[in-house]
Structures are given as structure tokens and as C-alpha cells.
Design a binder for this molecule. Structure first.
Ligand SMILES: Cc1ncc(COP(=O)(O)O)c(C=O)c1O
Length: 259
């Protein structure tokens, strides 16, 4: 049926996020990079212990979790933001920095959600083809940055190709991009990286006032079903992402499990 209300045409044309086929009961969804291992017993207990609180709203900023992450990363709790999965945080940062008339640059192919998140923000996607070895072409990405570019997304390791961005290439990229361009380093799979040449956002904290790193509990930590991810970066940028958030996205159960 055609919609009887006036929708944004770009949204009406946007296919909704489609999951892959459901996995059988004893299987897992490799296409979503689900963790094949069963939840840890301690995590299941921590989640069960929150059952008595489900008639209450969660702590809106998940402060205890932010404090713990802040300790780990050597930053203040205000330099950490948590969200309902890192995909929520990606949406918040893109919405905070880019709108109609603006551009968001990323490598393609990469994480399936990027194009839709950019369209929802009202900005336009600028997709820079992956190199022949499926890695990011950071030089071409830097070349693609114009006056209109507000966000560049770098995904390492890249979903779906598994390629890393090296620390040296990332440094060179950061040196080339304008200092007022928001760079999002999506490290959803960083815990699986064994290549010492790889970029590691943790070592870059405090070095770039325009860089935010995003991580998740969904993959290595096996909490995909609870929806909890986080980002670390300069407080002012995170404040803007706090402003674009749908409030109360991280539940007490999610926080408890992550802690
Ligand atoms: C590269 C990348 N970033 C972010 C995410 C989002 O993960 P979540 O929202 O579960 O934290 C995924 C999930 O597939 C991903 O592959």
C-alpha cells in the first residue's frame, strides 16, 4: 500500500535493515559475526539479578559502566559514551555532525549499516572503493574529502573483508584530513586482531581532537543480544552524540552484563 502521509522520499526509498536467515537452534549467525560461544555463567547471573528492576528506568548515562571503561582507557567518564550497540552510537555521531548538504566518506564495501545511517541523517554517502586487496584506500578516502565532508568512517578490521588498517596508514590519514573533520574509527572487531602493525584506537586516545573510537560488547564479549557498545573520544564531541541519542537506550541488564 502506498503511504498516505508525506514521507521523506529518501527514507521511503530506503530498504529497512534486513537480517540474514535465522540460524538453527544449535547454530549461530556467521553473517552477523555472532560469537559462537555460550554466554559466560557470571554474565548470565548478573543479567538475571537485574530482573527485579525491570519496572524501573535504567540510569540514563550508564555511569558505573562509563566509569569502569574510563579506568581501562585512562580517560574521564565524560570521555566515554555508551549506547544500544555501537551501531546506535554511529548513528548518533553521524547525526551530530552531518545533515542535508553534507557528506560522509567511508570505504566500500564495509559495514552494511553505514549507508542507511548516513541517509537517515540527511547527508550523502561518498563511498570509496576498497583496494584490490579489500583494504581501505585511505589515500583515496582523503582525496574524497571536500568542503562538505563532515564525517569519515574508518573500519578496522573491516566488515566484511577482515582487512586491517595499519597504524602507519592511519597516522598518515589523520595528518592529511582537516582537523575539524570528525573521524570515527570503528573497532567492532579489534579484540580479534593479532597483527602488530594494526591501528589500535586505544593508543591514539588524547592525540587527535577530532577522533572518536567505537567498540562493542557484541562480538568478542558475546553480548550481541543485549545491545551495548561504547565510544571514547573528546568530551565535546561525545556531548553532541549524547544530544542526538534516543534517551535510555542502554538497559540495566545490558550495563550489568557489560560490567
Ligand atoms: C563494523 C561493525 N561496526 C559496528 C557493528 C555494530 O555492532 P553492535 O551494534 O552490535 O555493537 C557491527 C556489527 O555487525 C560491525 O560489523
Amino acid at each position: 500500500m502506498r503511504a498516505s502521509v508525506r514521507l521523506r522520499p529518501e527514507i521511503a526509498a530506503l530498504p529497512p535493515y534486513r537480517q540474514g536467515r535465522p540460524a538453527p537452534a544449535d547454530g549461530f549467525k556467521l553473517s552477523s559475526n555472532e560469537n559462537p560461544h555460550a554466554p559466560l555463567a557470571g554474565v548470565a547471573e548478573a543479567v538475571a539479578a537485574t530482573a527485579g528492576e525491570i519496572n524501573r528506568y535504567p540510569d540514563a548515562t550508564a555511569l558505573p559502566l562509563r566509569e569502569r571503561l574510563a579506568e581501562r582507557f585512562g580517560v574521564t567518564a565524560d570521555e566515554v559514551i555508551v549506547g544500544a550497540g555501537s551501531v546506535s552510537l554511529l548513528a548518533q555521531f553521524i547525526a551530530a555532525a552531518a545533515g542535508p548538504g553534507d557528506e560522509v566518506v567511508y570505504s566500500w564495501r564495509s559495514f552494511e549499516a553505514y549507508p542507511g545511517l548516513v541517509t537517515v541523517s540527511g547527508a550523502a554517502s561518498v563511498r570509496v572503493p576498497n583496494r584490490a586487496d579489500h583494504g581501505h584506500d585511505l589515500d583515496a578516502m582523503a582525496d574524497a574529502i571536500t568542503e562538505r565532508t563532515r564525517v569519515a568512517i574508518v573500519c578496522s578490521p573491516n566488515n566484511p573483508t577482515g582487512t586491517i588498517v595499519t597504524a602507519a596508514d592511519f597516522d598518515a590519514f589523520m595528518a592529511r584530513v582537516p582537523g575539524d573533520l570528525l573521524v570515527l574509527l570503528d573497532e567492532a572487531y579489534i579484540e580479534f586482531v593479532r597483527d602488530e602493525a594494526s591501528v589500535d584506537g586505544r593508543s591514539l586516545i588524547g592525540r587527535h581532537p577530532n577522533l572518536v573510537i567505537l567498540r562493542t560488547f557484541s562480538k568478542a564479549y558475546g553480548l550481541a543480544g543485549l545491545r551495548v557498545g561504547y565510544a571514547v573520544g573528546p568530551e565535546a564531541i561525545l556531548d553532541a552524540a549524547r544530544a542526538t541519542a534516543i534517551p535510555l537506550g542502554v538497559t540495566a541488564a545490558s550495563s550489568a552484563a557489560a560490567l
